[in-house]
Design a protein around this ligand. Structure first.
Ligand SMILES: [Zn+2]
Length: 219
């Protein structure tokens, strides 16, 4: 697809949005435009184009504050300003979200690259960024069974990486403070692209429990 035709495709998408989605919910969008945003949740997800966090949480405008990066990393607080750190601080200290989600997913290229470092030989920035998953890799490797299939290794690392990013999150002063005051909770998610199923590990738990349709609402 040529560059121009991609832009044309994007224009067509913007037209379709205006004509269909916006037109149907115009009042909602107009209200959102004149009301300060008050999202209830910060979601840190992978940048993977198949992970549509608004869709998988059935969220509309104003409900979730989202940051996406390669491998859904939440770097530990270091005092050095960074994009993800700024998002976390703004979401927690200014917007006062009530919950933080770290959302990993199946078939994650970042997790595969952690398991197979040569994949980032020509991607020095990606390789550097992935060091935020190094501790998770070490944990996952220490837990692996002998002759574990690659697919199981990938699943384990994906989960351990989500859990490790939750640990990192707690090093951020805004997060630590809000949690200590009982104003903030967090959970780790793994989204399965093929089945649409989200599995959630609640704060303090290591098991990822599938959210099943018809299982009833849990507040
Ligand atoms: Zn990914």
């Amino acid at each position: 697809m040529s560059e121009e035709s991609v832009l044309e495709k994007l224009r067509a998408g913007a037209r379709k949005f205006q004509a269909e989605v916006y037109a149907k919910n115009a009042e909602h969008y107009q209200r959102a435009a004149s009301t300060p945003q008050a999202p209830h949740t910060l979601i840190i997800s992978c940048a993977d184009s198949r992970v549509d966090v608004e869709a998988i949480t059935s969220s509309g405008p104003g409900q979730v504050f989202v940051t996406r990066n390669v491998g859904n990393m939440a770097p530990p607080y270091s005092g050095t300003p960074g994009g993800v750190t700024a998002v976390i601080e703004y979401a927690v200290a200014a917007l006062k979200v009530k919950h933080v989600v770290v959302c990993g997913h199946s078939d994650c290229g970042a997790m595969k690259a952690l398991l197979h470092p040569p994949a980032t030989d020509n991607l020095p920035t990606v390789r550097y960024w992935l060091h935020h998953g190094q501790a998770a890799l070490m944990v996952a490797e220490s837990m692996a069974h002998k002759d574990e299939p690659q697919i199981d290794k990938l699943k384990r690392l994906t989960e351990e990486n989500v859990l490790m990013q939750l640990v990192h999150l707690k090093t951020h002063p805004s997060v630590a403070g809000a949690m200590a005051r009982g104003e903030l909770t967090m959970s780790g998610w793994v989204y399965d692209i093929g089945s649409g199923v989200v599995r959630i590990a609640e704060e303090g738990h290591r098991d990822f429990i599938p959210v099943t349709v018809g299982a009833g609402a849990k507040a």
